[in-house]
Design a protein around this ligand. Structure first.
Ligand code: G3I
Length: 535
């Protein structure tokens, strides 16, 4: 790491925070001179941001509008174009707040993306109720949907260039791919094509998107592919699929994002990165660890993750319609209230004092950041480090000690319906590896495919179904294998180590790997390996 850059970063992190209750911190003036984020990516894709209501209504936030004007080329109302804001009561349309943003954007040369026409959240109850408070009939609900979309799109025609028409309608279970919502229950699956048709007719110039979260999950992608197929058959294809991209520094691996991006783009839609941010907490970690000041290695690790993801987006620029950040100012990012209310998450690019973070540089110039600082080792709060260790005790049984937060100790991944766990045991001259995968969404792999690789003593050892004890069941697969320990490994007491599970090539959602320690997947030889320790 270059010393001068390191010093800059440390200085930025040590400046005092504004006391609670004070007016919002002014953005540091360097933000008005720093090279523009959107211009930095002008060769690849537009770069925008969500804007909360009071940036337009409260003069204390006026300096932030200057920052937004410089660094972003489009804006999205964080809440003001949702149904509850635009039509809180039947027939009462309230456009003032949204108009304020649209007018500001027009006056300053920024485009506006509309969010959102249909969602199961932030939609008033009256929409689903009849005059007596009972459940609305499908006919009346469809009429209300049509009135809402037509009125809203007519109001913003020519000023809002596209809309999230369907927001969060999918599940991550392709056997049951559509979210159980009041829309689905009352209107049936047809409501999705119908929404797109109504919106298309209401403003044929506007781009239309299906937008969802958790899109790195192969199950969610399978549901999306299923929906897109259905929409194509119904002649109601959207133009864009929005991957919301609310991420954590610990999940998902860049490779999974790439697989999803490729799979979605292959259907012919363009992909939008529609709600990008990067939480510094593992999803299962509910502790409040940092307040508004990140430890330097974590700030750098967050930046490193952002740089790798932005680099991936740039490599797929032809498929990407835009990249929209969902809250670059840390003090106003929604993650401060989710999943832990009131916890400062630091998920943005500009810190609680209004200063650009390492994340800002990484977002702006991923290659420069990686050349100067990368690869940054994964950083975990004390007591939660995940570097795998195998402790071999006196009875010569072994176990993996992985202090992943709230994850069983020998688990490689535990997300929804995919669980991969590994057990290691040490025999006289061999490491015995047991692998259990539960993933009922795929049906098998070719017997000679590589299932697992273990990195030990400087090389990868591959385990295949054909060469090792291997069993498939409806729930997944199970493998038992031995890798001979090269001479010297036991004597050394400690060895560089990693584990990699590979999804089957036949999996319709695409192949991907899960690595234990080197979650950056930067190289074939792990750059951030774990340690095999023989006590
Ligand atoms: O405006 C009121 C304020 O008057 C009141 O005092 C305060 C008390 O809690 O609430 C304020 O409203 C909050 C609103 O954000 C504005 O800050 C709501 O409680 C809060 O629920 C709402 O959260 C929004 C969330 O959607 C609601 O589901 C977030 O700002 C917004 O970032 C978030 O955005 C969603 C996308 O629309 C869809 N994708 C996921 C994304 C994150 O959840």
């Amino acid at each position: 790491m270059k010393n001068s850059k390191r010093i800059m970063v440390i200085l930025a992190l040590m400046l005092p925070a504004a006391a609670p209750g004070e007016s919002p911190p002014e953005p540091h003036e360097s933000l008005l001179h720093a090279p523009s984020l959107h211009r930095a990516h002008a060769d690849a894709f537009p770069v925008g941001t969500a804007v909360p209501r009071d940036y337009l209504s409260d003069p204390a936030y006026a300096p932030r509008l200057e920052v937004i004007r410089r660094h972003f080329d489009h804006v999205v109302a964080e809440n003001e174009m949702k149904w509850e804001r635009l039509q809180p009561e039947e027939g009462v349309f309230t456009f003032e707040e949204a108009d304020r943003l649209v007018e500001w954007a027009a006056a300053n040369g920024l485009r506006v993306w509309g969010h959102t026409l249909l969602w199961h959240n932030q939609v008033p109850d009256w929409v689903f109720e009849d005059a007596d408070g009972g459940e609305v009939s499908p006919e009346l609900l469809l009429t209300r949907l049509r009135t809402h979309i037509e009125t809203v799109m007519a109001h913003f025609r020519g000023r809002v260039y596209g809309w999230d028409a369907l927001n969060e309608v999918l599940t991550s279970d392709p056997d049951n791919p559509f979210r159980d919502s009041r829309w689905l229950r009352i209107l049936g699956e047809e409501y999705m094509a119908e929404t797109l048709r109504i919106a298309r007719a209401a403003d044929p110039e506007a781009l239309l998107a299906v937008n969802d979260y958790g899109m790195s999950d192969p199950g969610k992608v399978a549901s999306a592919l299923h929906l897109l197929e259905r929409l194509a058959e119904a002649d109601a294809m959207p133009d864009i699929f929005g991957m919301q991209s609310h991420m954590s520094v610990y999940w998902p691996p860049v490779e999974m994002i790439e697989n999803s991006l490729r799979a979605l783009a292959a259907t012919g839609v363009r992909v939008a990165v529609s709600e990008f941010d990067m939480s510094v907490y593992d999803w299962t970690d509910t502790a409040d660890r940092y307040g508004g000041t990140l430890p330097e290695p974590l700030a750098l690790f967050q930046a490193d993750r952002i740089a790798r993801v932005l680099k991936l987006y740039r490599a797929h620029a032809a498929a990407i319609e835009r990249v929209t950040h969902w809250g670059p100012f840390d003090d106003r990012n929604w993650k401060n209230n989710f999943p832990v209310k009131g916890r400062r998450d630091n998920a943005g690019l500009i810190d609680w004092r209004g200063r650009p973070k390492p994340a800002f540089l990484a977002f702006q110039s991923p290659e420069v950041f990686l050349a100067a600082f990368g690869p940054v080792p994964e950083w975990r709060p004390e007591g939660t480090e995940t570097a795998p260790e195998v402790s071999v005790r006196a009875d010569r049984s072994a176990y993996l000690r992985l202090n992943r937060l709230a994850v069983p100790p020998n688990t490689l991944v535990d997300r929804g319906r995919l669980r991969v766990s590994v057990e290691l045991a040490l025999a006289e001259d061999a490491l015995e590896v047991g692998l259990d995968v539960t993933d009922s969404r795929w049906s098998g792999r070719a017997p000679d495919e590589t299932v697992l690789r273990v990195y030990l003593a400087g090389e990868w050892h591959a385990f295949s179904a054909a060469a090792h004890e291997w069993a498939m069941s409806g729930d997944g697969e199970r493998l038992r294998a031995r890798v001979a320990l090269p001479p010297g490994v036991i004597e050394a007491g400690e060895s560089v180590f990693d584990l990699e599970w590979r999804a089957p090539a036949a999996d319709p959602r695409g192949t991907y790997r899960l690595r234990w320690a080197d979650t950056a997947y930067a190289a074939e030889v792990p750059e951030q390996p774990g340690v095999l320790r023989l006590d």
